[in-house]
Write a protein that binds this ligand. Structure first.
Ligand code: AMP
Ligand code: ZN
Length: 136
């Protein structure tokens, strides 16, 4: 993909702080970290988002997330870790090349990855269950 910054970073055309690299992925430090050690898993092949990602890459990305989570925990001594993956502008996606965030968490940190819990009503629950059944 021309003009995709994460294609260029993942494939080494633009330098990055690389924590891991193999044939299919590069893991880099995020330049605007939510916490110390905030990293991004980038597949080298372009997919804009989760919907476009092929199953094999999706599987490997999660296995790599597990590996990197362990390494970050050991290296940095974090107390927890969030895996975040945004799809679409309204969901907070700003770079339209699939990536997974690994965000180490520390007791009393200020990373602020929270939401206001709503209420699952019976009506909405039944609607969703019915609509999702149609998708099977
Ligand atoms: P998202 O909002 O999920 O699309 O995440 C994009 C992330 O990429 C943000 O956390 C940015 O801080 C990060 N980012 C953008 N450009 C770069 C870059 N050149 N190198 C490293 N991280 C970047
Ligand atoms: Zn790309």
């Amino acid at each position: 993909m021309d003009n995709c910054i994460f294609c260029k970073i993942a494939n080494g055309e633009i330098p990055s702080a690389t924590l891991y690299e193999d044939e299919e992925f590069r893991v880099i430090l995020d330049l605007g970290p939510a916490s110390k050690g905030h990293s991004l898993i980038l597949p080298k092949a372009h997919a804009a988002n989760l919907y476009e990602l092929d199953d094999e890459t999706a599987g490997k990305a999660m296995i790599l997330a597990k590996k990197m989570a362990g390494r970050l925990q050991k290296a940095l001594g974090c107390d927890g870790l969030n895996v975040v993956q945004n799809n679409g502008e309204c969901a907070g996606q700003t770079v339209f090349h699939f990536h997974m965030h690994l965000i180490p968490r520390y007791i009393n940190d200020d990373a602020g990855l929270t939401w206001k819990p709503g209420t699952l009503t019976e009506e909405v629950k039944e609607e969703i269950l019915a609509r999702m059944k149609e998708q099977q």
